[in-house]
Design a binder for this molecule. Structure first.
Ligand SMILES: Cc1cc2nc3c(=O)[nH]c(=O)nc-3n(C[C@H](O)[C@H](O)[C@H](O)COP(=O)(O)O)c2cc1C
Length: 320
């Protein structure tokens, strides 16, 4: 059994966290990860306060173990954060954006644990100054919106300034060897998104899951095209997605896209209505190249932990 400080703080058995993923998880997936001893997190930035309450009740009906809800700070309306705090969701997971100090203090006053996912050293300093309980370091290899730095470059720098605050590693982590490597780099666990998209429970289409299995090295692309298509402003951040007809058309041509947004958004809406993933967003990380099975979420957690234990023993045996 691998027990870390993050396990202690979250009240979980295994240092494996399901990342908050808008459109990528539902109460069934979140509860499955928590029930087996990891930490499931539900993305709630785009849910209404009533939806948040209903989904939290759904998770609680499926598991009595700790779980979290996630908000992107520069996208979320305050009443959604209020709903999560009123519901006393055990873990409030935040992603970059506006100053987190107030929400962290309010969550702490309610007895809740907070995490903030960071993509730069400045964001890490902000997280630590705000007093978050666990810092999550996301590398540019990760799926969805991502920052500028590779995980293995940023993680040790954040670990070096984090002091007693545990740090989770995030971005293209899909296996037990990845967990072992993250622990060796000073992390307290892993935060995985794409690996759980390729789970039985994930509420994404079979076409999307098949595309993850088919992906090889270089089959993801980072672009600002998605926020242009969605009409969202993420302070210039790019988002990583599987390469498809739409990324071939617009990634690297964001200026042209910005100039023809009307027709491009109409085509995007038509692809959505048709469920045509060759012309839709399939946010996923570079770890897709190493995912070759759709498994129940509980099995993913169990196999990651078992493989990490074996890898750590193998590494320890090198010491003479
Ligand atoms: C489909 C998808 C949706 C995402 N949505 C969110 C979100 O709503 N909030 C958030 O904090 N992070 C979001 N992320 C980023 C994850 O928190 C995490 O950083 C990322 O999944 C880690 O990389 P990996 O997918 O390679 O494991 C999303 C990622 C994916 C793949």
């Amino acid at each position: 059994m691998i027990h870390t400080k993050a396990c202690e703080i979250f009240g979980i058995m295994h240092p494996v966290v399901l990342a908050g993923m808008g459109g990528g998880a539902n109460p069934a997936l979140v509860a499955a990860v928590s029930e087996v001893g990891g930490l499931g997190i539900l993305a709630c930035t785009w849910a209404t306060p009533d939806d948040i309450r209903a989904q939290v009740a759904d998770i609680r009906a499926r598991t009595s173990r700790p779980f979290g809800v996630n908000f992107v700070l520069d996208q979320v309306a305050p009443e959604k954060l209020d709903a999560a705090i009123e519901e006393r969701v055990p873990v409030i997971s935040l992603f970059r954006g506006t100053d987190p100090t107030d929400i962290v203090a309010r969550a702490r006053a309610a007895g809740l644990v907070t995490t903030l996912q960071v993509t730069t050293m400045d964001e890490a300093r902000t997280a630590l100054a705000a007093g978050v309980d666990v810092v999550i370091v996301q590398g540019r290899e990760g799926g969805g919106h991502m920052g500028p730095h590779p995980l293995w470059t940023l993680l040790p720098q954040v670990v070096a300034i984090a002091g007693a605050t545990p740090v989770l590693a995030s971005g293209a982590l899909v296996s037990g060897r990845d967990l072992a490597a993250a622990l060796a780099m000073g992390a307290s666990g892993v935060h995985m998104g794409t690996r759980f998209l390729a789970s039985v429970e994930a509420p994404i289409s079979d076409q999307f899951k098949a595309a993850i299995l088919a992906a090889r090295d270089g089959d993801t692309v980072a672009s600002k095209m998605w926020d242009l298509l969605w009409g969202q402003e993420w302070s210039g951040m790019m988002a990583r997605a599987l390469r498809n007809d739409l990324t071939l058309r617009w990634a690297g041509r964001e200026g042209e896209l910005a100039a023809s947004l009307g027709p491009a958004r109409a085509e995007f809406a038509a692809a959505k209505a048709a469920g045509d993933h060759s012309r839709l967003n399939m946010l996923a990380g570079e770890g897709s190249a190493r995912i070759d099975s759709i498994l129940p979420a509980a099995e993913i957690v169990r196999s990651v932990v078992a493989e990490a234990e074996a890898a750590l023993r193998e590494a320890a045996a090198l010491i003479r």
